[in-house]
Structure formats: structure tokens, C-alpha cells
Design a binder for this molecule. Structure first.
Ligand code: T1G
Length: 702
């Protein structure tokens, strides 16, 4: 009996149950019902001595179908029933694993009696990264197979393990080369030949261990410190404890109950939103998926400073040779030495070998001559953030780069169209805005210029995946998506300082919301002088609001040499890397307030601080959407989740605003427009936002 996504075939006295549901064989309702039908069909089949469960395509099951969690079909059939049908089949079931065996896929595998894996298989239970926990027996079967401590670590980290490690732990019985299905069939025949038992994982006893109480207590303490208010991890510990203290069926019931709690939690809804939003960022409306893309096999970088060096490492890590150019030999030597120092630090922590350090450095060629870019497929400029300097570099690149080579600018705010014109070949130009530290931060804003050729855009998006970046496409405007939205957030944090709030109060409010760092600590880390310089450029261009008090705290602190951590003082004074409140800053803010006639207040509520920092950010996001600078609200969320330390359990600013409710956002914008006697349109709601709120819609619907 054949099923659309699950088929049963016979290989002599063995049956092969194959799942074929691209792209990742997710356990959709179709797959679950297909499996249940297949295994219940095999129960009484005396001609079948054993079963192999396998998947077609690039991977064994990579989990339950996440898209179903918000739909009624999710309850149509329970994966636990499938697992029970497999485990109690009464003849050996062996599963053949390959690719990424994750979540419900690993739970399915653990319900089988034996597991064989291809050498590069990755096995894991990443549910916690979605604000969930393994909901089909994973928290009950894994500790029975590999022990409680290792199970706790794997489930709390959500990180997959290699086939080798899985075999060492006892999760995999054999690693097989070549045709995995053939090997699994042979393995099954050998089991039958030696009348090996059907090992039911649910019946494996967990060895009593006095140390488990300490283990669970330690895990809970650890979570209190580092899980930053995440909901699911604590439930995971509860489930593991249930596995130790309760019979399997009761433990499974505890797990089910807690799984459903997690699934309905706002945190999991937000994390699932981010999962799919991240996968949408690469889908560009109107961009032909079958475009012939220029190959990028060698990359040039202009500037070996902090950004240039970090950018170079992304390509070296991906095995792509780099030509790193500087204007002077000492600057070049310094740049190369910095890259080597980074790698050696990583090697000394055991995260790479010193041999690999040499291999990566061997791919990096230093240069003082633009002509060396002649055989590069892509050249990225990462020089000083100044229009004239960058224009000169783009013009030079326009001359030396071969026809068809891509020219990219790492500007974080300047007009990419103007720079593209300077190259003389604007169709070959695109913005690639990396975030510091560029070798660590996953986000890459790809700026599509007016004349950027579709193949250039598509090639850079494909390259971004290769260097493990999350690429989000932005149109051309000041600050693109992220930095443009940051303006309103920083503007209000600085007005609040002049009105009497302290840096630590403002940072505490945003950090308790979940931001990795509040605005004042962030500015101190990024460098107040850097922010002031951009404001200075904009003042020269006349693009600042006609408000003399606009971001004066930043400009004033920079003038006073208080550049932040790097000068030991900014919004805070620094004792080493520890920020300490500095009354001198209060004095400066009070002085600015009197200069600009800004009323100081004794009490400013946490709610006001949060709303005045967060809502302008959302409002600017709405403007970015209505102008078509960003394609989707989800893209904006991915920018903030991967580039600005926005709390993942909140799903990004646009998702968080949808949860708060757009009518409330509009109402509060109106409230502060009145309270702040808004003479500069700071608080005028974006048309799109007003329209969505009035229509009862969400950004997700825009
Ligand atoms: N459900 C639905 N769609 C999925 C999916 C899933 N589990 N995994 C991937 N996709 C889609 C994805 O949206 C994309 O679609 C395409 O597959 C390729 O994915 C009860 C509750 C497997 C490592 O968390 O980590 O099981 O954009 O672009 O980079 O306990 O996808 O092409 O239309 O990411 O090669 C647990 C999630 C679920 C794993 C492949 N499993 N997936 O990465 O491709 S919860 C996970 C991944 C669970 C049970 C519980 C990755 C990947 P489209 P991709 P990739």
C-alpha cells in the first residue's frame, strides 16, 4: 500500500519504509499518518522479518513540520503514536540516518530498535532554539540511551552532535559508509541471524544515581544565570527529572503537557516567526531563481583595518583566497598580523588547529597595488567612512577590476547610488554592510542600488550563505534598515538623559526587555566619536532635523573626548571594562537641558523609557516598509535579531509590535507627540502603521 510521502517496499524478507517529503522530510501530518499506516500494516505481516526506516533526499527527518504548530492539523495525529507503533512492532526496526537528523526525526530514530548512520550525519534535538522541548519522547528516550547528564546537555544546548560522538554516547549503533540503505539492510539481516532482541528504548531503565539531584539543581542554577528569562529550558529540566523519577508512560505525559505549554508560549511563537523569517530573507521578489550567477572564487578587500580584517576572515574560513590591500606596508603588516592573532587565539582554545591557521593565512595575500585585484571576482572596499575617500576607491576599482567582477562597498550609511556612479560601472556595484566584529556577526545588509544588476545581487546573496551570513536586502537610504531605525531609539534615549533619566536607568529598562545591551552601553562600546562623526557628516549635508538639541548628548560627549570604553569614559566612567555611574555626565546633561530649555524631571517611569525608545524604532521600521527599502517586516526583524542584540524570544521589533498591538503603538506615539510638544515630526505615525492599526492588521500581514 503506497502513500504519497511514505512508501513501503520489500527487499526479500525485509521491508523498507521510505519517507520522501522534500525539502527536509519534516514530519508533516501526511508523513505521520503515512508512517502510522505503514507500521500498523506491517504488524501482522509474517513474511516480514525486519524493517528498515529510511529517507529519500538530502537528509533523514529534520524534525516535526514547524509550520504546522500554528495550524489545527498539528493535532490530527500524534507523533508519539507513530513512535509507539514502531517500538512495539515485534520485529527489529533499524533506521538508516543521514544528513541532519533533528528533533522529531531523532525521536523517531530513538523509537526504532537500532540506528545506523552515514559518517557525516548530525544528530540533535534543537527544539529549545524554537522555544520548545522535544515533544515526542525525546526527553524520555534520550536519557535512557545515553545517560541523564549527556541528554541534559544535548537538549539544553540544542546543538547537534556528530555521528562519531553519537556512537561513542551509544545513540548510534554503527557508522556505515557507502549506500546507507544497503548497509542498513545488511545490519538488519545480521540482527535477525543472531536473533538480536527488539531493544525498546522506553524499557531501558535509568540507572539510579545519587548525583542526579545535584545535576538538576546545578542545571537550574545555571539556567537562572544564563537563560535570560527563556521559558523552555526550565521545562526541559523538569522533563528529564520526570524521566528519572517516573515510569516511561507517566514521564511521556509530563513531557506532552509541557510541550504544549511551550508551543503556545509567546516566546516560541516569536522564535518560530524568526525561523521562517530568516529563510524568507533570501527570496527576492522578481529575482529570477535561475539566473546565471558569476562565480566568486577570489575576493579582494581594500583596507586591512578592524573591518577589513574581519571581512577577510569570513572568506578565508570558507576557503576562498583573499587579496588584502593597504596603502602602506606597515598598515598591511599590522592587518595581516591581526588576522593571524585572531586565528591563533582560536587555535589556542582548541577550536581549530595551528595547521589550519597556516592554511587560512596561506590563502590571504597582502598587497600594496590595486593591479593585484585584476583577477578578483569580487572586491569589497572597507576604508574610512568618508564619501570622498570611498568615491576615490570606487573609481579606482572601476578601472582595475576585470569586466564582470563585482564591486562592493562596506559603507554603513553613505549613499550607495552615489558611490556606484563613482565607479563608472554602477550595475556591478552593491552594498555589503558587515557588522563589527565582521568575522563573528551573522548579519549582512546587502544594499541594492538603483542600477545593481540582478545577477550581482543574486551572486552576493548566494555568497552570503557560503560565508554563513544571514543576508537581508535593503534599498538605498541613510543607514539602510538597522542604523536608520537606530536613530529614533538613540534620539529619545538622549532626550531622556537631558530630561533627567540616568544612563544606567535607561540601559536597565532596555536590558530587562531583553536587549543584549542598552543604548548608552552600546554607544560606549561602539565609540561615541563614531556616532558623532556620522552626525557631523549629516549636519554638513543638511540632513539633520532642524532641532538644535538633536542628539546633543552624543555630540557633546565626543567633543569632550568622552568616546566611551576606548577612552575610559563616555556615558559611564569605566573601571576596566565595568561601567560605573559618573555624576559628571548628569551635570553635562543638566547643562544641555538648560541650554535647550528642556524641562528636567525627578521621576521618569520605566514604561515611558521603554516606549520612547522602542516605538520610534518600530515607527521608522514602518516607514522603511512603506518606502520599499525592506521587502518584509520579517526582514527587519532578522536585521535586529542578528545585528543589534534584539532578544530572540521577542522575535524582532516588528513582531514584538504586532504582539503589543499596533493600535496601542499608534496611540502611544500620539501620546508622546503631545507630551513632548513635538515640533519636529518625531512622533508622527507612519501612514502604513496608521493604516494597519486602523484596519486591525499586523505588520506580518503587510
Ligand atoms: N519544518 C518545516 N519546514 C522546515 C523545517 C521544519 N522542521 N526545517 C526546514 N524547513 C524548510 C525551511 O523553511 C526551508 O524552506 C527548507 O526547509 C530548507 O531549509 C516534536 C517539536 C534542517 C539544518 O528545529 O535547522 O521536531 O525556505 O533553508 O540551511 O520534538 O532547516 O526552502 O521554503 O534551513 O540546509 C526541530 C529546523 C523541529 C530543525 C537545513 N527541528 N531546520 O538547513 O536549509 S521541532 C529543527 C533546520 C520538533 C518534536 C519537535 C534547517 C536544516 P524554504 P533551510 P539548510
Amino acid at each position: 500500500m503506497n502513500h504519497p510521502v511514505v512508501s513501503v517496499a520489500r527487499r526479500g524478507d525485509l521491508a523498507v519504509v521510505t519517507i520522501d517529503s522534500p525539502p527536509v522530510n519534516a514530519l508533516s501530518v501526511n508523513v505521520r499518518t503515512g508512517l502510522l499506516t505503514a507500521f500498523t500494516g506491517l504488524v501482522g505481516d509474517a513474511a516480514v522479518a525486519g524493517v528498515v526506516l529510511a529517507c529519500a533526499g538530502r537528509t533523514f527527518v529534520a524534525g516535526s513540520d514547524i509550520a504546522e504548530f500554528d495550524s489545527p492539523v498539528f493535532d490530527e495525529s500524534d507523533l508519539n503514536d507513530v513512535c509507539a507503533a514502531i517500538e512495539s512492532l515485534g520485529k527489529p526496526v533499524v533506521c538508516a540516518l543521514h544528513g541532519t537528523t533533528l528533533g522529531g526525526g531523532l525521536e523517531l530514530a530513538m523509537a526504532c530498535h537500532y540506528r545506523v548512520a552515514a559518517p557525516n550525519t548530525r544528530l540533535g534535538l534543537p527544539e529549545v532554539t524554537l522555544g520548545l522541548l522535544p515533544g515526542a519522547g525525546g526527553t524520555q528516550r534520550l536519557p535512557r540511551l545515553i545517560g541523564v547528564a549527556d541528554a541534559l546537555e544535548i537538549i539544553l544546548s540544542g546543538s547537534p552532535v556528530s555521528a562519531d560522538k553519537a556512537q561513542r554516547l551509544g545513540l548510534v549503533d554503527a557508522i556505515v559508509d557507502g549506500d546507507g540503505l544497503d548497509q542498513a539492510l545488511q545490519f538488519t539481516r545480521a540482527l535477525i541471524a543472531r536473533q538480536a532482541p527488539c531493544r525498546k528504548t522506553s524499557e531501558i531503565a535509568i540507572a539510579p544515581d545519587g548525583g542526579l539531584t545535584t545535576l538538576f539543581a546545578g542545571a537550574r542554577q545555571g539556567l537562572a544565570k544564563k537563560s535570560r528569562g527563556a521559558f523552555a529550558p526550565a521545562k526541559i529540566v523538569d522533563c528529564l527529572e520526570a524521566a528519572v523519577n517516573l515510569p516511561f508512560a507517566e514521564g511521556l505525559a509530563v513531557e506532552r503537557r509541557m510541550f504544549v505549554e511551550c508551543m503556545h508560549s509567546p516566546q516560541s511563537v516569536a522564535l518560530r516567526h524568526a525561523f521562517f523569517a530568516e529563510r524568507e530573507t533570501g527570496k527576492i521578489p522578481g529575482l529570477d531563481k535561475n539566473l546565471a550567477l558569476p562565480a566568486i572564487g577570489r575576493v579582494g578587500i581594500v583596507g586591512a583595518g578592524t573591518m577589513g580584517g574581519g571581512i577577510a576572515m569570513n572568506f578565508l574560513n570558507a576557503g576562498i583566497p583573499v587579496v588584502l590591500l593597504e596603502v602602506a606596508a606597515d598598515a598591511l603588516a599590522r592587518g595581516l598580523a591581526n588576522i593571524r592573532k585572531h586565528y591563533e587565539a582560536t587555535a589556542s582554545k582548541g577550536r581549530m588547529t595551528f595547521e589550519e591557521v597556516d592554511q587560512r593565512m596561506a590563502l590571504c595575500r597582502g598587497s600594496l597595488d590595486y593591479a593585484d585585484f585584476g583577477d578578483c571576482d569580487l572586491v569589497i572596499e572597507a576604508v574610512f567612512e568618508n564619501m570622498d575617500i570611498k568615491k576615490a576607491v570606487l573609481a579606482r576599482l572601476g578601472e582595475v577590476c576585470r569586466p564582470g567582477a563585482i564591486i562592493a562597498t562596506n559603507t554603513s550609511s553613505l549613499d550607495v547610488d552615489e558611490l556606484a556612479l563613482a565607479s563608472g560601472r554602477p550595475a556591478d556595484v552593491v552594498g555589503m554592510h558587515f557588522f563589527s566584529p565582521a568575522n563573528v556577526m551573522r548579519l549582512l545588509e546587502v544594499v541594492r542600488g538603483r542600477e545593481t544588476a540582478p545577477a550581482v545581487l543574486a551572486a552576493v546573496l548566494a555568497l552570503a550563505r557560503k560565508i554563513r551570513k544571514v543576508a537581508v536586502v535593503s534599498g538605498v537610504c541613510f543607514g539602510f534598515i538597522g542604523n536608520r531605525m537606530l536613530e529614533g531609539y538613540l534620539r529619545e534615549s538622549e532626550f531622556l538623559l537631558m530630561e533627567g533619566a540616568t544612563p544606567s536607568q535607561i540601559d536597565r529598562v532596555l536590558e530587562s526587555f531583553g536587549m543584549a545591551m542598552g543604548p548608552c552601553r552600546m554607544m560606549d562600546m561602539a565609540g561615541i566619536d563614531v556616532g558623532a562623526k556620522v552626525l557631523g557628516e549629516r549636519a554638513k549635508e543638511g540632513t539633520l532635523p532642524a532641532d538644535p538639541s538633536y542628539r546633543m548628548p552624543c555630540r557633546t560627549l565626543a567633543e569632550l573626548g568622552r568616546h566611551g570604553q576606548k577612552t575610559g569614559a563616555g556615558y559611564y566612567r569605566y573601571d576596566g571594562r565595568t561601567p560605573v555611574h559618573d555624576p559628571e555626565v548628569d551635570r553635562i546633561m543638566a547643562e544641555l537641558a538648560s541650554r535647550f530649555g528642556i524641562a528636567r524631571r525627578q521621576e521618569i517611569s520605566d514604561e515611558e523609557i521603554f516606549e520612547r525608545c522602542f516605538y520610534p524604532l518600530v515607527n521608522e521600521g514602518a516607514r522603511i516598509l512603506e518606502e520599499g527599502i525592506a521587502y518584509r517586516a520579517g526582514d527587519i526583524d532578522i536585521v535586529w535579531l542578528n545585528g543589534y542584540g534584539f532578544p530572540s524570544v521577542k522575535g524582532g521589533p516588528m513582531h514584538a509590535a504586532d504582539v503589543i498591538g499596533l493600535p496601542r503603538v499608534v496611540a502611544r506615539l500620539g501620546h508622546y507627540a503631545e507630551q513632548c510638544k513635538d515640533r519636529h515630526d518625531y512622533w508622527r505615525a507612519a501612514d502604513l502603521l496608521s493604516r494597519l492599526a486602523a484596519g486591525g492588521h499586523r505588520f506580518a500581514d503587510a
